[in-house]
Design a protein around this ligand. Structure first.
Ligand SMILES: *Cc1c(COP(=O)(O)O)cnc(C)c1O
Length: 382
């Protein structure tokens, strides 16, 4: 049990009802205001440095991640920017080699110019954990599951290794969701989430968050929110809070649908690879079971078809629009080589297993039989 007594489902619904004043509103409004009258009791001054909708969402996310603090940003990438902006020239980041494409791009094309360097390691290899300290990292950065290969990194072990090197561990928790995995409970210092995905869950807003138990880090994040102009919009925070209320039941369905979908691909198709954290065939199945309470909604597969055939198959699906992003109630499919990872050079892409025929499915909460039938028919027609 976490330090919060009430359960996740209850906290998701009952947190964040302040500031409604004398109206008794059960659902808080959207405070669409850029500025606040000087001297108000809650100390609001200008929305770039705080707004009631940010505070409500921040409290809710902190509750859900078992964190003391959460700070919200305009997107997951804004949250990444906020964290990296705390580094200085000469600092080294040690990161998992399969990190999110936009994180890779941000380090390579923006922060490298400011003298921050990054070393990529494979965190599923035992030897990696002994090497971390040699780099004297300012931060250790992992994701679990990773995108799109769904590698599972042992968060507790990564935290121990980072701490032995006197560095904080950042975990990008986006693919798992706060319901299925809470990095701070596993020893991480910072949990980063693109709330755009599972927390919002309805593909209608972009928001990001950083969670921590460390007051100093929290202060740095609040500073970055206002000083770098990384704040979200009050409307997007409101939509994301509404989404968070159903996160638990959505994640249960995402996980059961995705497990059934992955099992179908593995047993009934010619797929060469089927990756899903809760399939026994997953190389880190035991670690996934240890640190996640469900496998989440992403299934990655290599269907062993040519580039043309893969694209023809994806274009023919009825319930899987080809789109970036994930974590919404609707299923989507993604072809990483031509979409999310197009910004990663082809040789680097293939070095981390992103081949031309790799497909990532974001499994929604539709009826599983319809999703499987769609793919079964699509495969026999292509
Ligand atoms: C989408 C995503 C991000 C970036 O979030 P945005 O809200 O799109 O800016 C970061 N990390 C992971 C793992 C993601 O999937």
């Amino acid at each position: 049990m976490s330090k919060h007594d009430d359960h996740f489902e209850t906290r998701a619904i009952h947190s964040g009802r302040d500031f409604v004043g004398e109206t008794g509103a059960v659902t808080p409004p959207v405070w669409l205001t850029s500025t606040f009258e000087y001297g108000n009791p809650n100390g609001f001054d200008y929305t770039r440095s705080g707004n009631p909708n940010f505070r409500l969402l921040e409290r809710t996310i902190a509750e859900l991640e078992s964190a003391e603090f959460a700070t919200v940003f305009g997107s997951g990438v804004s949250a990444i920017t906020a964290l990296v902006s705390t580094l200085k020239s000469g600092d080294v980041v040690v990161a998992e080699e399969n990190i999110y494409g936009c994180t890779f791009r941000l380090f390579a094309q923006v922060f490298a110019k400011f003298g921050v360097s990054i070393e990529y390691l494979d965190f599923t290899e035992d030897a990696t954990f002994d090497k971390i300290a040699d780099f004297k990292p300012a931060i250790v950065w992992i994701e679990s599951p990773t995108n799109p290969n769904l590698k599972i990194i042992d968060i507790q072990r990564a935290a121990d290794a980072a701490h032995a090197a006197n560095a904080p561990l950042v975990v990008d928790n986006t693919f798992s969701s706060s319901y299925l995995q809470r990095p701070l409970e596993l020893g991480a210092d910072l949990s980063l989430i693109s709330l755009t995905k599972y927390t919002n869950g309805h593909s209608d807003a972009l928001v990001g968050a950083i969670c921590t138990n460390d007051a100093e880090w929290q202060e740095k994040m609040i500073f970055a929110q206002k000083a770098l102009g990384l704040q979200p919009s009050p409307m997007d925070c409101w939509l994301t809070m509404r989404g968070a209320k159903t996160e638990a039941i959505r994640m249960e369905r995402h996980s059961s649908n995705a497990l059934a979908f992955a099992t179908f691909l593995e047993n009934e198709t010619d797929a060469v690879i089927v990756r899903y954290p809760f399939l026994e065939s997953h190389p880190q199945y035991e670690i996934a079971k240890k640190q996640m309470s469900g496998g989440s909604g992403i299934v990655t597969t290599d269907l062993g078809m040519s580039l043309e055939k893969t694209q023809r198959f994806l274009n023919g699906l009825k319930f899987f629009p080809k789109a970036e992003s994930l974590g919404g109630v609707e299923s989507l499919c993604c072809h990483p080589a031509s979409m999310t990872h197009a910004s990663v050079p082809k040789d680097r892409r293939e070095a981390v297993g992103i081949t031309d025929s790799l497909v990532r499915f974001s499994i929604g909460i539709e009826h599983i039989d319809d999703l499987i039938r769609d793919v079964r028919e699509g495969l026999s027609n292509s």
